[in-house]
Design a protein. Structure first.
Length: 346
């Protein structure tokens, strides 16, 4: 009986499995290629993998990390060295330039859903420049509108920013608040790097960010609930911060303009709640006592035929809402500088 060669049997067995190995390799290559294509599509198409980053700050709470240039969901986002949503600026105001500083939260910032050219500050800057080109005022030949803002900032965050950086010699500082800001809590950095909405570093990739965005937040952030449950007169604390902003602006030779935008439910029947009306009255009393220009959008928004078109969600303004706010801010800025000296004497 002839002996069988073990090596020959092994070769035949291996050759028999080669088609299966090839199929496995092909499937793996297709899956890997698909993952790479999805990663590139999410990264270059939607801008995932590079969210706007935040930086913790003991006094301000948090601010956008400086020197960022990115694109999210097709919208350009620029953050300069001063954590403004602007391109590079000179710390000293250029001669014959009207500089306006918009101070606010996500309404001013525009977040990821607003292109750099469509932010409230960019719209106002263009409107001022267009007016300077046709009907110059106070001998200004150029205009800059600075955007100092971050998501969910309140008056105490904004006050702390000005204490750190100053007003950049802006002739006009426009503090844009919404009704919720009147009840804002004290600055905190607890959410930075812990809450998905306030990342302090880029995720491993676009797919990883997509998964994290769809996943519910894990354990509560230690200590954050206590901050959110701040007791006492929050409206009074925030009005004290607004008063401090007023003092800072005045000391720097500028003019403060206070703006208050309503929540969407406030412009719909039955209107603001009683505690909101009380807080709004306190704001009105304060600006009257200090003779500060005040733009209250509640009545104007309620007068619109379809006020819901002014909003993107319950609080943030749509492009239509931004246009209406921009138009009134333009008039408020003109009125604020009417009593200021011409550039040649500044």
């Amino acid at each position: 009986m002839p002996l069988k060669c073990p090596l020959k049997s092994l070769d035949q067995s291996f050759l028999a499995t080669r088609p299966t190995v090839k199929i496995v390799i092909l499937i793996a290559a297709v899956l890997l290629g698909g993952v790479v294509l999805v990663e590139l599509g999410l990264r270059w198409g939607l801008g995932l993998g590079r969210p706007p980053l935040y930086q913790a700050d003991d006094a301000i709470g948090y601010l956008l990390a400086p020197n960022q240039r990115l694109r999210r969901f097709g919208n350009r986002i620029l953050i300069n060295v001063y954590s403004m949503r602007n391109g590079p600026i000179q710390s000293q105001r250029p001669a014959a330039t009207l500089r306006v500083l918009l101070l606010g939260d996500s309404i001013v910032n525009g977040n990821w859903w607003t292109d750099q050219s469509e932010t409230l500050s960019a719209l106002l800057e263009k409107a001022i420049q267009d007016q300077l080109a046709t009907t110059p005022f106070n001998d200004y030949s150029a205009a800059e509108v600075l955007n100092v803002s971050a998501n969910s900032w309140g008056p105490r965050n904004q006050q702390a920013y000005l204490e750190r950086y100053g007003t950049f010699a802006a002739q006009v500082v426009v503090l844009v608040l919404n009704t919720d800001d009147l009840f804002a809590t004290a600055p905190t950095a607890l959410q930075v790097g812990r809450d998905p909405g306030y990342p302090d570093r880029n995720p491993p990739g676009a797919i990883a960010e997509l998964i994290s965005r769809r996943r519910k937040q894990g354990q509560p952030i230690p200590g954050l609930k206590a901050v959110q449950n701040e007791s006492g007169d929050r409206v009074g604390k925030n009005l004290a911060a607004v008063a401090a902003v007023h003092q800072q602006v005045t000391a720097a030779g500028g003019q403060l303009v206070l703006v208050l935008t309503p929540l969407k439910r406030e412009v719909l029947p039955p209107g603001p709640r009683d505690y909101e009306l009380t807080a709004r009255q306190r704001v009105s009393d304060w600006v009257n006592d200090h003779d500060i220009p005040y733009v209250n959008f509640l009545g104007d928004f309620q007068a619109v035929d379809d006020p819901e078109t002014l909003y993107r969600d319950h609080i943030h303004l749509s492009p239509t809402g931004n246009q209406q706010v921009k138009d009134q801010l333009l008039e408020a800025v003109r009125g604020a500088i009417a009593t200021q000296p011409a550039p040649s004497s500044l």
